[in-house]
Design a protein around this ligand. Structure first.
Ligand code: FE
Ligand code: CA
Length: 419
């Protein structure tokens, strides 16, 4: 097929083409021609038709790619895999913060639409990131750094006034839409963007991409550096997804006929006490900081008899493989889901020694490595899911190869992981 569309200057020449009527479950290739120039050829793949069972679905799961902290060598592995789908769980861009190691933004902190557009242009100038986009279709959710660190709904975490922050967030959402392969229904309206969505791959996999950032309540109690539970933390009205998204999710799960249910979302879901020897303490920004919202999601999974739930997460700059308990803080309660946390593509993680220290308190965390950058290669088959944790060999080389650090299996109808 071919078609024409206008690349308008007010949309910095970005176009969002929707091609309908393609055959399900097969590869397609595409390119753009403009002003006598021709783009590289991209490959995409359509989802499988309803009520078919493809033998497998392959995914790459990525998150957290601070440009200044390393090269995007992990994406060389993704491109070589050419998976059916790349899933990105947020922190696609970053602010000017943290350690600068390999290369620099050399741009002002992002507040305006022009600032955010320049930031995406810089990241997207990276050839390995470009190649990964050309290698497969992508689904993405944004996390905090697409706007600003640890923001919650309409609240800045760092003290921007409400007026300043809402303008900043609107600019960030707009630039994100412009620079990512989203359908036009994701276009932001009045500073809001509805980007949670679902996609089924026949009866094999249902993917739900969740927005745990735009509608969430503020972090509770004293959130820095770790939160120690106070009564406010447990308040029923505190939300991660917002009421509308919670209702949508319940409806989607009720209607799903898929064997496997993959949740693509931003932050750590399983119980993870980071206190060491002290009293219980959590990172306030993940689901441990939103226990009532987490309990509601788990209740919905149980009510809708969700088939083989696997929660995919990013944010902590570490690989982690976790069993999720029915009552997450009660590790003697039944295991009801598996969580696979992908490490960062580049962003520096907490020291491995800290993770090692936390492990004894958290036997549900079956594996944790914060000292590697990379992604998760996921292969889903009707009776079996395999997660290969793919690590970059040498973070100081833009052309580094990758290797499989560890792999884990999940058997259908048996929640929890087997190494
Ligand atoms: Fe991050
Ligand atoms: Ca994050």
């Amino acid at each position: 097929r071919r078609g024409r569309t206008d690349a308008l200057p007010e949309w910095p020449r970005s176009v969002h083409v929707e091609v309908n009527g393609l055959e399900p479950g097969r590869d397609y290739w595409y390119r753009f021609t403009s002003g006598g120039q021709q783009s590289a050829v991209g490959r995409t793949r359509t989802a499988n038709a309803p009520h078919t069972t493809p033998p497998r679905l392959t995914l790459a799961v990525a998150s957290c790619q601070h440009y200044e902290q390393s090269y995007f060598a992990a994406y060389r592995g993704v491109t070589a895999d050419a998976p059916d789908l790349v899933m990105h769980l947020g922190d696609y861009i970053y602010e000017n913060r943290g350690t600068v190691r390999m290369r620099t933004h050399e741009q002002p902190e992002c507040y305006t639409l022009d600032d955010y557009r320049l930031r995406y242009a810089l990241y997207k100038s990276d050839p390995d990131l470009q190649a990964a986009h050309a290698a497969a279709p992508w689904m993405l959710v944004s996390d905090d750094h697409e706007v600003a660190n640890d923001y919650a709904g309409e609240h800045s975490f760092q003290g921007d006034s409400r007026e300043v922050f809402l303008a900043r967030r609107a600019a960030a959402y707009q630039a994100w839409y412009e620079h990512q392969p989203f359908p036009r229904r994701f276009m932001p309206v009045a500073g809001q963007q509805q980007s949670y969505t679902s996609r089924s791959f026949g009866d094999l996999v249902s993917i739900l991409m969740l927005d745990g950032r735009q509608y969430r309540s503020r972090q509770a109690c004293e959130p820095e550096p770790l939160v120690q539970p106070c009564p406010e933390l447990y308040a029923d009205e505190r939300t991660m997804l917002g009421a509308a998204q919670e209702r949508w999710l319940a409806t989607e799960l009720g209607a799903s006929t898929a064997r496997w249910t993959l949740f693509g979302q931003q932050t750590l879901f399983a119980h993870f006490d980071q206190s060491g020897d002290g009293p219980l303490a959590y990172r306030a920004d993940g689901w441990n900081g939103y226990p009532a919202a987490r309990a509601r999601l788990l209740e919905t999974l149980a009510e809708r008899r969700t088939s083989n739930p696997v929660i995919l997460s990013g944010d902590i700059h570490a690989f982690a493989v976790n069993d999720v308990n029915a009552r997450p803080e009660d590790l003697s309660s039944a295991i009801v889901a598996t969580e696979l946390v992908t490490t960062s593509i580049t962003s520096i993680g907490p020291p491995q020694s800290a993770f090692d220290g936390w492990r004894t308190e958290n036997p549900n965390v079956r594996f944790a490595r914060s000292d590697r950058r990379g992604y998760i290669r996921l292969t889903v088959e009707p009776e079996h899911l395999r997660a290969e944790l793919v690590a970059v060999d040498d973070v100081e080389r833009a052309d580094s190869a990758t290797h499989v650090l560890a792999s884990f299996d999940v058997a259908a109808d048996i929640p929890g992981v087997v190494r």
